[in-house]
Design a protein around this ligand. Sequence first.
Ligand code: DGL
Length: 272
Amino acid sequence: MKTELRIGLFDSGVGGLSVWRELVRRMPHRPTTYLADSAHCPYGPRPPEEIRRFSRGIVRFLIEQGAGIVVVACNTASAAALQALRAEFDVPIVGMEPAVKPAAQRTKTGHVGVLATAGTVNGDLFRNTSARHANGVTVHVGVGEGLVERVEAGQADTPETEALLREYLQPMIDAGVDQIALGCTHYPFLLPVIRRVVPEGVSVIDPAAAVVRQVERVLLREGLGASEAGAVEHRFFTSGQPEALAAMVRALTGHAPKVAKVRWEDRELKRK
Ligand code: DGL
C-alpha cells in the first residue's frame, strides 16, 4: 500500500491552525501532523536562539512522526529558525513571512501596514523582505503585543481585544495605509474584530493561502505532487494541555481531533 506523504506543521500554539485549515481545504487528501508548542507560547518576546532551539526539537519530532515536509506555520519561528532548520534537516521546509511584497504591489496610497510580533519585525527576514520589496512604499509596523495570548485564551472577540487592535492599527490607518499584512498566524482568528476596526477600502492580507500555494509548488518540485483520494488521518500534539488544544481546534476549525501530549526532556520532544 502506498503511504501518503504526511505534512508536518507547527506553531507556538493555535495560530498555525489558520494555515492548517487552509491546507486541509486545498489538499483534503494529505495527512497532517500539527504540533502546538503551547508550553512555550508566546514565542514573540523570546530571544531568537531560544526559538531556534525549540524549532529544531519540534522539526526533529515531526520527522520522527513521519512528516515528509514541514511547514513552519509561525512567522516568529520562521524569522528565528528557518535558515538553521533548512541547513540541518533533509526534508523540504516551508516558512512564512509578512506579506510585504503583495501589499506593496497592491497599494494605491503608497503606505502599507504590517502587524506582527516583536520577534518577527526585529528579524533579518522581515528587514530583508521590506528592503527588497517595499521600494518606494512606506511600511508602517505595529507590534501586536498581547494579541497571541488573547487568541490562545479564546478571547479573540472581546472589547479588550478590540481596544488593543485599535491601539495598534489606528496609527497606520491615520498614516493612510490601504493594505494591512497580518504577520502572525494567530491574527487571522481576529479578522472579525479587525474588520470592525479598519475602514472599508483597507485590505487585510491573511498569508495562509499564499503559504499553502508554496507548499503545493514545493511538493511538485520535489516530485511529491500526486496524492490519492481516500480517508486521511490528522494528528495533533501539544506540549501544553491536550484538552485545551482539542477545544481550540474545534472552536477555530470545526474539526474534532484527538490530541496527544508531548513533553520536553533534555531539549528533545518525547511522546508522553
Ligand atoms: N503564531 C505565531 C506567529 O506567526 C507566533 C506568535 C507567538 O507565539 O508570539 O508569529
